[in-house]
Each structure stands twice: as C-alpha cells, then as structure tokens.
Design a protein around this ligand. Structure first.
Ligand code: AMP
Ligand code: ZN
Ligand code: ZN
Length: 300
C-alpha cells in the first residue's frame, strides 16, 4: 500500500475515499478535512472565541488539539459529573502546552454535593438522561458567561450516523432536527454549537491522536453507550465494509432532506435562572428543586 501523495509506505487506507496515506499526508488530510467542515457549515472563524467541551476521551482531546494547531483560539471545559476519574493534572498540562485555558466545573456545586449517578438514584431517573441534560445546560451557561462565541463537541461521523439511524427507526423527528453539525445562535442566552469532527470516523480520529501523541483517557463511562447505540454502530460498520462510503452518504444526504429543516420552537426564559426553556421553569432548575425536596424528605 502506497501513499496517494508521495508513494511512501501508507499507514492507513481509507476505503470511503479509495485513498491510502503515509503518516505525514494523513495528518495533512485530517487537518484539511476539519478546516473544510468548519468552512462548509460556517461554524466559526480564526478570531472567534471557541470553547471545546472536553471529556478527556480521544474525540474531544483531538478536537481541542487540532483546532489549536489550525490557529483557532480554543479553550477547554470539563464538567465533572462523577462517572469517570478526571485527570485534571494531565489536562491542565495539555492546555498549558497549547497555550489554552482549561475551565473546570463540578456538578456537585449545583446539586447539594451530589454526583449525577447519585441524583439519578435519588430521583429514580435514568443516569444518561440526567447527565445529558445537566451537561448541556452547564456547557451553554459557562460558554455564555465567559464570552465564548461557540461551543464545540467531539461528536464524530460514527456517533452521528448511529444517532441518525436510531432516531429514524423510531421516526423521532424532533431529535433529528436538532442533530445539525452547526446550530447558530438563536437566542441571546444560547451560544452557537458546532461539531467540527462530523466528517471523520472513529478510526481516523484514533489514528490522528496516536500519530500526534495526544493524551486521552480510554475509560468509558460505566453508564453510557447503551446497547442499542452500539448495535447501530455495528450494523453501520458492516454496511460500510460491503459498501464503503455509506456512513458519509447517509449523513450528508440527511442534511439535504426535508427532515433536517429546523422548526424554531418558541422559547421563554426560566423564572428562576433566566436561561431559555419551553416551559415556565427549565429542567435544570426543576431538577435542583427535586433534589432539594427529596433530600429534605429523607431528613424528615
Ligand atoms: P458523549 O455524549 O459522552 O458521547 O460526548 C459527546 C461530546 O460531549 C464529547 O465529544 C465532548 O465534546 C462532550 N463531553 C462529554 N462529556 C463531557 C464532560 N464531562 N465535560 C465536558 N464535555 C463533555
Ligand atoms: Zn505521503
Ligand atoms: Zn432555570
């Protein structure tokens, strides 16, 4: 296998593009692809203040690294939800090397000292839904309060197509509409959101991370990645083997479909915190109240 660009020995073959690359040209290809994704969806520019939501895993760490390398101003934000061991020292060192800042938030500060799994148990609700809703709220709040223009996450092509397939199977059109690679600012208290890695697969991101010695944690959240999303990924991987390019086609064609049209729901401001919500009180504030009530009842 030879590199498409220089005829050196290739280290990776990308069947979806019918191309092989040596390490240098794979790195070039990867960075160009991230830049093209950012430009294609007009996500942000070189002067924008970008906040990367960092979990410590390969996707978000790679995203943070590549944005900085491409000359974007990108700081990191990690939210400790209490499900994995966050290695704050190594994350801070990584931030320092890149000349970026790292912000850290512990959800215990907002929920009477409880972690997400403890809240889930107390309120008898699924851990992942609590985690997702708490993270979304805090990411937006912190980005906004610190003057960032856009919040970016490390979602990759495999994440996006598996989510797409799952929601198509149940015709969950509401979720599908919100699956855009870029969500512009639609409310003064909502920051724009972008996913610059949506045109890259897990394999490509993993390879780039290894080639660039990007530190990342392999530890998976013990609660997440429910069986169904892993099953969808496996089905899509099988399809990709027999029909290379399926994932990219599925993802890009979805964006040309009618399903993708965004219906603007009317937003009010939460009567307690002022952040946007579709009801009187936002789900974050309601959750805080329920936690207080439940703890009060335990004491009685
Ligand atoms: P997940 O929902 O775990 O698949 O994560 C999707 C994306 O959300 C990651 O690529 C990160 O950008 C971001 N993310 C996940 N967990 C955290 C966290 N604890 N703190 C900040 N960002 C996170
Ligand atoms: Zn080459
Ligand atoms: Zn609220």
């Amino acid at each position: 296998m030879k590199c498409k660009k220089c005829s050196d020995v290739a280290i990776i073959h990308l069947r979806q593009h019918n191309a092989s690359y040596c390490s240098k040209h794979f790195v070039d290809y990867f960075e160009r692809r991230v830049e093209n994704t950012i430009n294609e969806y007009s996500m942000f520019g070189k002067n924008s203040r970008v906040l990367v939501a960092v979990s410590g895993g390969k996707d978000s760490m790679t995203l943070w690294y590549v944005l900085t390398k491409l000359g974007y101003k990108a700081d990191g934000l990690i939210i400790d939800v209490g499900t994995t061991n966050i290695q704050l020292d190594s994350l801070s060192e990584f931030a320092k090397k890149m000349g970026s800042q790292l912000k850290f938030v512990d959800i215990k500060e907002f929920f009477e000292g409880l972690t997400v799994p403890q809240i889930a148990r107390l309120l008898k609700r699924p851990t992942c839904s609590i985690c997702g809703s708490v993270r979304r709220y805090l990411m937006n709040k912190i980005a906004l309060e610190n003057g960032y223009d856009v919040l970016v996450t490390g979602h990759n092509l495999d994440d996006e197509v598996s989510f797409l397939l799952g929601n198509l199977l149940s015709w969950n059109t509401g979720y599908l509409q919100r699956q855009a690679p870029f969500m512009p600012k639609t409310h003064q208290k909502l920051v724009a959101k972008a996913k610059p890695l949506v045109w890259l697969t897990e394999k490509e991101i993993y390879t780039y991370a290894l080639l660039n010695n990007i530190p990342f944690q392999d530890e998976k959240c013990p609660f997440s990645k429910d069986a169904s999303s892993l099953r969808y990924k496996s089905v899509l991987n099988n399809l990709e083997v027999s029909q290379p390019g399926t994932k990219l086609r599925f993802y890009k064609q979805f964006q040309r479909s009618q399903l993708f049209k965004n219906d603007n729901v009317e937003l009010k401001e939460c009567c307690l915190c002022g952040y946007p919500t579709t009801s009187e009180k936002c789900s974050f504030c309601r959750m805080r109240e329920r936690v207080k009530d439940a703890l009060g009842k335990q004491k009685d």
